[in-house]
Design a binder for this molecule. Structure first.
Ligand code: ZN
Length: 243
């Protein structure tokens, strides 16, 4: 017997499965996710090391240029020594020479530090790349396996789309609209009814999602006639639960 409640449940199941299959198709299988994260993290690390190395090389070249300029300046001062005319000029020139020498030393240290940074980044990059190769191979293999699996998932999505649309067309439009609003709000549009034994005998029925009380005759209608009833508490459509 196909009652409306049974129909709505099938629509619900089909829609959920469609959602899962679509998510899978647009994303990655569960078992591939941690590998994907590991791979992207390692890739980011490699990129960061390469960027660090490039920045250090740039710093080194800049500092080398400044060293050349400073050497040139020092040479000019030294050439002026033979042309000084008095003690005062000589003293001033010596001060300039000392300042130029000290600037040159600072720049040489900067060059050396940049060179060391570039070298250690390059060494770290080589080391990390070796470790990355194995990970990249595993990742590519998993990706290829997933690509091979995709057409079947896409076919399942298409099948579920047809099935969901057909089930939807057979339900009253108002029911579908209400149901979809509840799904949007709670993530699920249906809830099972649940029974608690009354101390004096008999059962108390309530909504399995929000615990709101359900009158016994409503519970009977849901169970025996498959009537469409919404919970007065949360508005979810109630069903008798899985046997
Ligand atoms: Zn409820």
């Amino acid at each position: 017997m196909t009652d409306q409640l049974d129909h709505l449940r099938r629509f619900d199941r089909s829609m959920r499965e469609l959602r899962r299959a679509t998510e899978l198709l647009n994303g990655l299988p569960e078992e591939m996710r941690s590998l994907h994260e590991e791979y992207t993290a390692a890739q980011r690390e490699l990129e960061a090391l390469a960027a660090e190395g490039a920045a250090a090389q740039l710093d080194r070249r800049t500092a080398e240029g400044q060293v050349a300029d400073a050497q040139e300046r020092l040479k000019k001062f030294q050439q002026q020594v033979s042309r000084v005319r008095n003690q005062r000029e000589y003293g001033a020139l010596l001060t300039e020479i000392d300042a130029a020498k000290s600037a040159l030393r600072g720049l040489e240290e900067t060059t050396l530090a940049a060179l060391e940074r570039a070298e250690s980044a390059a060494a770290a990059l080589v080391e990390r790349r070796q470790g990355f190769e194995d990970l990249a191979t595993r990742y590519q293999a998993a990706l290829a396996a997933w690509e091979a699996e995709k057409p079947a998932v896409a076919a399942r999505v298409a099948e579920l789309e047809r099935e969901t649309a057909a089930l939807r067309d057979e339900l009253p439009k108002g029911v579908v609209a209400q149901f979809l609003r509840i799904v949007e709000r709670f993530g699920e549009g249906m809830a099972p009814i649940q029974a608690t034994e009354r101390p004096g005998g008999g059962f108390i029925w309530h909504c399995g999602a929000c615990n709101y009380r359900i009158r016994p005759q409503v519970a009977v209608e849901i169970k025996t006639r498959g009537s469409l009833v919404q919970c007065d508490g949360c508005r979810r459509f109630l069903h008798a639960g899985d046997e």
